[in-house]
Design a protein around this ligand. Sequence first.
Ligand SMILES: *[C@@H]1O[C@H](CO)[C@@H](O)[C@H](O)[C@H]1NC(C)=O
Ligand SMILES: *[C@@H]1O[C@H](CO)[C@@H](O)[C@H](O)[C@H]1NC(C)=O
Ligand SMILES: *[C@@H]1O[C@H](CO)[C@@H](O)[C@H](O)[C@H]1NC(C)=O
Ligand SMILES: *[C@@H]1O[C@H](CO)[C@@H](O)[C@H](O)[C@H]1NC(C)=O
Ligand SMILES: *[C@@H]1O[C@H](CO)[C@@H](O)[C@H](O)[C@H]1NC(C)=O
Ligand SMILES: *[C@@H]1O[C@H](CO)[C@@H](O)[C@H](O)[C@H]1NC(C)=O
Ligand SMILES: *[C@@H]1O[C@H](CO)[C@@H](O)[C@H](O)[C@H]1NC(C)=O
Ligand SMILES: [Zn+2]
Length: 884
Amino acid sequence: KMVLFIFVALLILSTASCELSCGYHSCNQGEADKLNVHIVPHTHDDVGWLKTVDQYYYGANSSIAWAGVQYILDTVVQQLSVDPTRRFIYVEVAFFSRWWREQNTEVQQEVKRLVQEGRLEFILGGWSMNDEAATHYNAIIDQMTLGLRFLNDTFGPCARPRVAWQIDPFGHSREQASLFAQMGFDGLFFGRLDYQDKETREMKLKMEEIWRGSQSLHHPEADLFTGLNENGYNPPAGFCFDAYCKDDPIMDDPTLEDNNVKQKVDDFISAAHKQAKHFRTNHIMMTMGSDFQYSNAKAWFKNLDKLMKYVNSAVRYKNSDTEWSVKSDDFFPYADAPHQFWTGYFTSRPGLKGYVRESNKYLQVCNQLETVAHLRSGMKSNLRTSKSNVLREYLRAAMGVAQHHDAVSGTSKQHVANDYAKRLYIDVISSVITEGSSNLTFCDYMNITLCDFTQNSNRFTAVVYNPLARAVSKYIRIPVDCTPSYIFVVIELLVPVSEATESVRRNRGNANCELVFLAKLPALGYNSFSVIPPISCIFVDLIEKYKSSATNKRLFTPKGKVVNPSDDITISNEVFRDETILTTKEMNFCHVNFNRNSGLMDSIFGYFLSSIYFERYIIFKSPTGAYIFRPNSSTPFHCSNDGKVKLSVLTGSNPLVQEVYQKFSDWAYQVVRLYKGIKHIEVEWTVGPIPVKDQWGKEVISRYETNIDSNGYFYTDANGREVLERKKNYRPTWKLNQTEPVAGNYYPVNSRIYIRDAHVQLTVLTDRSQGGSSLSSGALELMVHRRLLGEDSKGVAEPLNETGQFGDGLITRGKHWLLLDTVTSSAKQHRLLGEEAFMSPLVMFGGATPPALQSFIVNPLPPNIHLLTLATTNSGELLVRLEH
Ligand SMILES: *[C@@H]1O[C@H](CO)[C@@H](O)[C@H](O)[C@H]1NC(C)=O
Ligand SMILES: *[C@@H]1O[C@H](CO)[C@@H](O)[C@H](O)[C@H]1NC(C)=O
Ligand SMILES: *[C@@H]1O[C@H](CO)[C@@H](O)[C@H](O)[C@H]1NC(C)=O
Ligand SMILES: *[C@@H]1O[C@H](CO)[C@@H](O)[C@H](O)[C@H]1NC(C)=O
Ligand SMILES: *[C@@H]1O[C@H](CO)[C@@H](O)[C@H](O)[C@H]1NC(C)=O
Ligand SMILES: *[C@@H]1O[C@H](CO)[C@@H](O)[C@H](O)[C@H]1NC(C)=O
Ligand SMILES: *[C@@H]1O[C@H](CO)[C@@H](O)[C@H](O)[C@H]1NC(C)=O
Ligand SMILES: [Zn+2]
């Protein structure tokens, strides 16, 4: 694993010629007693950022940026063909595969030859270069699979990338390193790391290290050689030879006044020596290229050829030292200056982040159901040509694009973000799922109690699909119009629509209630539930029973109404625990107290004095933006003007759910829910339009305060998988000079964050990626939404000022699930609940005839085994991924 694997483009100081074969054989091994400078011609092609993917490919909307990927590939291939010593690496398969399809057989044959001879080398090979903070590992694996499979199918094993290349993402996750190691990559290179960290590493010769990606896998299973690029991913100063660069070309006519060969050679050797001082071996790499460069590849190659011809004086160098240090934390958060912490993008575009997470579930369900259909056909269905294949490939590609480091990260321009969302449009999914079965429809806006199908019908069936390979019981909420009389047999609950929901929904929809019921779902299968007038809402298998016993029926009226409390409120349920570790009796109950005067939650479980605030930071007008988070003070402002929260509560003898509504202001609401028999508390936040009339951008946080003695430590997950320990104002591998007390302590939270002391742990699970931290002992906070008027000069050149459907600021709604448990049993709880949140049931609607309950798996899996992937490849093989 410790081989020095340079995908060499050209070797400067050695005269050995490159062997013509792919893989490491095509690398010049260099000379032991010399400094070997490996020149790596490359282009960084964002799969959407300032322009959409299509615009980048064709070079459209050139007023924003000239970039056109088709010309890059056209000219690079041409320039490689004319000179067998030239090399190029290419990364993004989303672009490459599109270009490939447009080429004639002749060009394709030529490209195959270049790949076979190691002249064109793919590295990373994902559909895109995925973000590392806001992505879920399920989606990372899928997007890598998509790209790597294309390369293998097109070029065979010779094209298999050996090295991962994450040069641009804004901070690096340990889970990403673990995944790459497990995918069989030999190494990883990237460019962005904290400036203080980089200085320390340059001094200590730690620019190359072994990164231990997992605490739970036996090493070296998740160990990965990791190299940090000296110049990000740019060439050394003065050596940018792109047609759009301003550096001088090499002017080598000896009779010329402007001849600059000596100057260039001296500068280059000096840059090489400077860089070599930071590295342990006598091999260094120079990244020769940048964003969308090589659209006229000739300019680059011609000058590199000259550069290498002229730089030819050998340099004695210390012998290679292959003892590597080991790193086991990660590279978050990323700062490139004292007040430039790239921690805002952990939350930027919360709507898109939620949508990408949700779409991942749809993709998994598509994969599962397509596989079921394939198995039913005796594995004879022709997947390559079927309609579902086309749609599924489209969805896989759309998800691959969505993982890009300017997509789910929320750092693209607005018109690009709209394009990302469009690509995930749910129609695609629905036609895959319903192929060959009855007509089912989705309701995209169940999150705001909006569904044309159910609100206008008193006869329908809800088909609820469970993508987990174990049976679950989950509460389902369906928008209905409860004005007409319904009659229930198995009595369920109708909850009136809340003020917050009405404020989001405005004039859309007429559902005034949500029907709440507990759905018992089989492993990897579905159950259906019918609403039939005047019966309504009965389990399928009970219809007959109902018909035979008319006495069972009773007329429905909404159970409960929303009132303002005159006293403090407590909601509670009795949850039996399998382990009684805590001696306090109250821990056997889930109960939450609200103080009527402050409107805040002031104790959870009767055990902790706790409160839940909803606060906002006001951020500096500049420089702050899609990437950067920089609050103007460490103390957040309250979302309510008078510091008070308006409280109301659902009353009545309802059996299933208790709800307390908190209104912080016209643009910040929360509902706290406790369902019957459920151990966790559900908190639904609704935020927006964030007011900006005062000309201040704002970032809204949800802060949970407890008396847990967490003492500066907190824990956040990496990409939804393993968890890392964090400590306030501290970095494990260098002495931190903390310059931003809030932003410098923010970390990406993909699925969970927790604090704990010796006994108790509070875990907050999220439904999407958010930034989070613990800034004081016992407190946890998550940034749920942000709206900014300034710009952080990181390239987007547009304020993150998202608007919603009605032209004013975007409203976003999401959920937190709070679990309070003993330290020893909490993992068991939050792992299962996290899985259920990630792969929550999919609700579809159809006519009144319900399909019979069905499970597609004979033996459900035990709870500690997760079915990560069940899919069918184009060639009809089954792909099953299980994880412990
Ligand atoms: C081109 O970019 C501008 C933003 O500068 C955007 O408003 C416009 O919609 C883009 N054009 C297309 C066709 O996407
Ligand atoms: C890669 O391609 C080869 C054929 O070139 C094939 O035999 C092999 O199964 C492919 N591997 C995967 C994982 O698809
Ligand atoms: C199914 O959808 C088709 C096309 O939208 C429609 O014509 C048909 O009536 C639907 N069938 C049922 C049973 O709803
Ligand atoms: C922070 O923003 C608020 C909101 O307008 C303002 O009142 C306050 O003076 C600002 N604080 C600093 C330190 O700039
Ligand atoms: C910490 O960083 C700040 C901002 O760059 C600088 O002014 C200060 O001198 C640094 N402190 C130390 C101890 O290095
Ligand atoms: C932000 O968006 C609003 C529309 O919701 C618009 O009126 C305002 O001018 C925008 N501000 C900036 C700085 O872009
Ligand atoms: C509700 O979900 C839809 C579809 O995922 C999304 O576009 C929308 O932004 C969500 N609404 C809110 C208020 O979060
Ligand atoms: Zn990029």
